[in-house]
Design a protein around this ligand. Structure first.
Ligand code: ADP
Ligand code: MG
Length: 341
């Protein structure tokens, strides 16, 4: 090991709209929601990640919570920097011998602009990175689920995150065709808030709606193994009093219908864009679902019915991108072609 390696710590970051994960030496050492809480008066950071998400929508006039990313890219530069810095600090305090000079690989959405790339690079540099490399998220996701993306064999990824759904066909270390749409987890959550308000006259918060989505969120009105009903509390819009109701997965499937069909249509579009030899590969290899949205009940079956292709849900869909990003930083030489500088 040369001196440079000894003094440098390589970290891989999946800076997501919903969650930020960091991998260091083969292990996921940070897995937190991408949110911070700050004191409005002093501007001081009060909490980061899980702790900040518990404060979300429960703040008073002195505190505000910020999600620095929107639609996969940095929307609030200052807050993004505070988030990255805070998360890296978590890692440093838990590891006293952690070297301070960081070489980073950060995953970014495939549809990102030059200005948005610059924002990611600057935030990471301000947060302590000496060298920042980037990799496209669908490529990282494919590597993360164990696919050898360097081969002349097509792979199709549908990554459904918080802000965007990234759909891509990959071969020979590159993206051949892709679509990125702004219909993903956050939109599903909003669909649920709207539906419950409209159909049940109940006003629920985003966190409650997200819970409903995770427990009984469904892409099909009828499921073979249905989840049991879910109880949710909020404010009755008629009386103003707190109230509890029960929701079924079929109702939620109805609430999500429009958004799920947008993902379905975008998937069809990417399939139509594929060169024939890659279509042939995908006929055999099928479609891989990653990102938190892959866990929606029945989504795999729904896409399989529509495309008539095998659809595989990644084993740990929320971790696919960070695992792949970690793999890239461990084998920089092998993956040189996928790095974006
Ligand atoms: P990002 O990369 O944008 O940060 P993630 O891949 O971490 O997004 O996924 C987060 C999204 O997945 C959130 O919108 C979250 O609500 C959603 N999610 C997490 N678990 C589930 C689940 N079991 N069912 C449906 N959606 C889920
Ligand atoms: Mg993601």
């Amino acid at each position: 090991m040369n001196l440079f390696n000894f003094l440098t710590s390589d970290i891989a970051i999946d800076l997501g709209t919903a969650n930020t994960l960091i991998m260091y030496k083969d292990r996921i050492v940070v897995d937190e929601p991408s949110i911070i809480a700050i004191d409005k008066v002093s501007g001081k950071v009060l909490a980061i990640g899980h702790k900040a998400s518990l404060m979300h929508e429960k703040t008073n006039e002195n505190i505000k919570t910020i999600r620095p990313l929107r639609d996969g890219v940095i929307a609030d530069f200052t807050a993004a920097e505070l988030l990255i810095r805070g998360l890296i600090k978590m890692l440093e305090t838990s590891r006293p011998l952690f070297a301070a000079s960081h070489r980073m690989v950060v995953s970014i959405p495939s549809g990102i602009t030059e200005v948005e790339k610059r924002a990611v690079r600057d935030s990471c540099e301000h947060a302590g990175a000496k060298e920042v490399n980037m990799v496209y998220e669908p490529i990282a996701a494919a590597i993360g689920i164990g696919i050898d993306i360097t081969q002349p064999n097509g792979t199709m990824i549908v990554d459904i995150g918080g802000g965007t759904t990234e759909i891509a066909i990959i071969a020979l270390s590159g993206i051949v065709c892709e679509q990125s749409i702004r219909t993903a987890g956050d939109v599903f959550t909003r669909d649920i808030v709207d539906y419950i308000r409209r159909e049940h006259n109940l006003f629920i918060g985003e966190r409650s709606a997200e819970q409903i989505k995770m427990m009984v969120g469904s892409a099909l009105i009828e499921l073979a193994n249905p989840p049991s009903d879910y109880e949710v509390r909020g404010r009755d819009l008629m009386t103003g009093i707190p109230k509890e109701i029960r929701v079924t997965y079929s109702e939620i499937a109805y609430a999500l219908e429009k958004s799920v069909s947008k993902i379905e249509e975008a998937t069809m579009k990417v399939l139509e864009m594929a060169p024939p030899e890659l279509s042939a590969d995908i006929y055999t290899n099928g479609i891989h679902l990653t990102g938190g949205g892959a866990l929606l009940h029945g989504l795999d079956k729904r896409l399989a019915l529509r495309t008539k292709l095998p659809v595989h849900v990644a084993e740990d869909p929320l971790k696919a991108v960070v695992k792949g990003t970690g793999e890239v930083i461990r084998h920089m030489d092998l993956y040189r072609a996928v790095l974006i500088r």
